[in-house]
Design a protein around this ligand. Structure first.
Ligand code: NAD
Length: 311
């Protein structure tokens, strides 16, 4: 699928277009899912893939305009939007409550919302911008609150809804979080981001150990670089856009970001796209991965098996 001029084709994968799915091949038919940070970027691709595969999806995000527009484009019956800052527990509880009130259940939580964080200016004495000697405690806290606590709160309230349903004879449920190669290796991102994603991988393993006895599977997906607004903004300004309406991402910036990622990747040839991450999340969310739990599925073209490419 070719992107429209000046826009990002967020649904694409490395193999090309997102293809329509025949009814009998729908891998989430009848399931109900929440996707946090689903208004754009990787989350948008996950929302589109889940809906294409028969799920009813609630988008939980802070970008109300983009979230509502995406839900409307995908059709009110199978996709809706709820405002939810994942770092605020009352918002997370309300999002899960809205989903259960609307659809009667929750089968899949995808913890995708995340921020990269601001790079602190140099502290003097040779401390470089973004370096550990320039660490900004408030910003460190913000990044961990969204990326780690936000996912933990999602797990908490999703587990409550899933356990309640299981008491009524339902099947377990699955939780899939979007971590990062920065959750596996050092030198792949800012300090707070790296710490937050390592913590998310650990949290995934712990929750999998605990919830396994209830038939609930917990996994994560760890992407390498995808040319979303997060990555483009990072390479533009050295920071993310703090959520809300993003600065528009131009097609030429996406091409440049993709070219840089291709240059760093171990696997030569394909371009990693948001749709590739969505396919991995879809697999972990579906019954096809029914015996996989506590796993971190890296989608990195071999980068984490070969070397530390950035730091
Ligand atoms: P993005 O910035 O393009 O999109 C992030 C989405 O999350 C936006 O819709 C934003 O509004 C939402 N969001 C931000 N803060 C939120 C909050 N507090 N509560 C709810 N929603 C919030 O980013 P992306 O590249 O699509 O990243 C999605 C996930 O993938 C993140 O967890 C990110 O860390 C991870 N990731 C991205 C890359 C990459 O190269 N793009 C690589 C590895 C991991």
């Amino acid at each position: 699928k070719a992107p429209q001029a000046g826009t990002v084709a967020i649904d694409n994968n490395a193999a090309g277009a997102a293809v329509p799915v025949q009814q009998q091949h729908r891998r989430l038919e009848g399931k109900v899912a929440i996707v946090t940070g689903g208004a754009r970027g990787i989350g948008e691709a996950i929302v589109r893939a889940f809906v294409r595969h028969g799920a009813r999806v609630v988008i939980a995000d802070i970008d109300d305009a983009a979230g509502e527009a995406l839900a409307a484009a995908l059709g009110g019956a199978c996709c809706s939007y709820v405002h939810c800052d994942v770092s605020v527990e009352a918002d997370v509880e309300r999002a899960v409550g809205c989903c259960v009130a609307r659809h009667g259940r929750l089968d899949v939580l995808c913890n995708n919302a995340g921020v990269l964080g601001r790079q602190a200016p140099p502290a003097g004495n040779g401390a470089r911008s973004g370096g550990i000697a320039s660490l900004d405690a408030a910003e460190f806290d913000r990044v961990l609150r969204v990326n780690t606590l936000g996912a933990a709160l999602g797990m908490k309230h999703a587990a409550r809804a899933m356990l309640q349903r299981r008491g009524g004879g339902g099947s377990g449920g699955t939780i899939v979080s979007v971590a990062s190669v920065a959750g596996v290796l050092g030198g792949m991102g800012p300090h707070a981001y790296t710490a937050s994603k390592h913590a998310l991988v650990g949290l995934t393993k712990n929750a999998a150990c605990e919830l396994g006895e209830h038939g609930i599977r917990v996994n994560c997906v760890s992407p390498f670089g995808v040319a979303t607004p997060m990555l483009v903004n990072a390479w533009r300004h050295g920071e993310d856009d703090q959520g809300g309406a993003p600065a528009p991402v131009r097609a030429e910036e996406v091409e440049k970001a993709e070219e840089m990622v291709r240059g760093l990747a171990t696997l030569k040839g394909p371009t990693l796209r948001a749709g590739d991450i969505a396919e991995a999340a879809l697999f972990l969310a579906s019954d096809e991965s029914g015996y996989i739990s506590g796993h971190n599925l890296v989608v990195d073209g071999g980068v984490t098996t070969s070397r530390n490419v950035i730091g």
